[in-house]
Design a protein around this ligand. Structure first.
Ligand code: DQA
Length: 145
């Protein structure tokens, strides 16, 4: 099984960016934890981060034939990117949306996700555990379908 883990804008600064909200783990450490957890389950993950909407869309398109699932934290693109919504809908690959913080208990604009309707699930506010839970969600979904 091959899963794409996609991180959107500003997530490259994890560890130094608002640590009181996002924690002190760097993106590199987060990717390592996800990769190791997946590896134990025999799942191969490919991690990607970009601050650019188009680069994320290109990455989804390029990998649409080889990926079995997508885990995506779209960062702020969550709240307004219909282009990313359409990209997720355009490919026949199930996606789970993950947020480190609880987007439903922060500013009003964060509780709106335009990308979640293009995903099979949204996991929010569980920190790094959200990514591990997303792997389990994808595996369950892929076993059923
Ligand atoms: C985030 C929440 C978003 O509102 C924010 O723009 C981010 C990170 C999260 O992981 O909690 O960049 O997606």
């Amino acid at each position: 099984m091959h899963i794409l883990v996609i991180h959107g804008p500003n997530l490259n600064l994890l560890g130094e960016r608002e640590p009181e909200i996002y924690g002190d783990m760097t993106l590199e450490q987060l990717n390592l934890e996800i990769t190791q957890y997946a590896w134990k389950k025999g799942i191969q993950v490919e991690c990607f981060q970009s601050n650019h909407e188009g680069a994320i869309i290109d990455f989804i398109h390029e990998n649409r034939k080889s990926a079995d699932g997508i885990i995506i934290n779209p960062g702020a693109l969550t709240h307004y990117s219909y282009a990313l919504h359409d990209a997720l809908k355009s490919v026949d690959v199930p996606a789970v949306e993950v947020h480190l913080s609880d987007i439903h208990s922060r500013e009003d604009f964060r509780s709106i996700s335009v990308t979640a309707p293009a995903c099979i699930a949204q996991i929010s506010g569980k920190g790094k555990m959200g990514y591990l839970e997303a792997i389990a969600t994808l595996v369950r979904h892929l076993e059923v379908f």
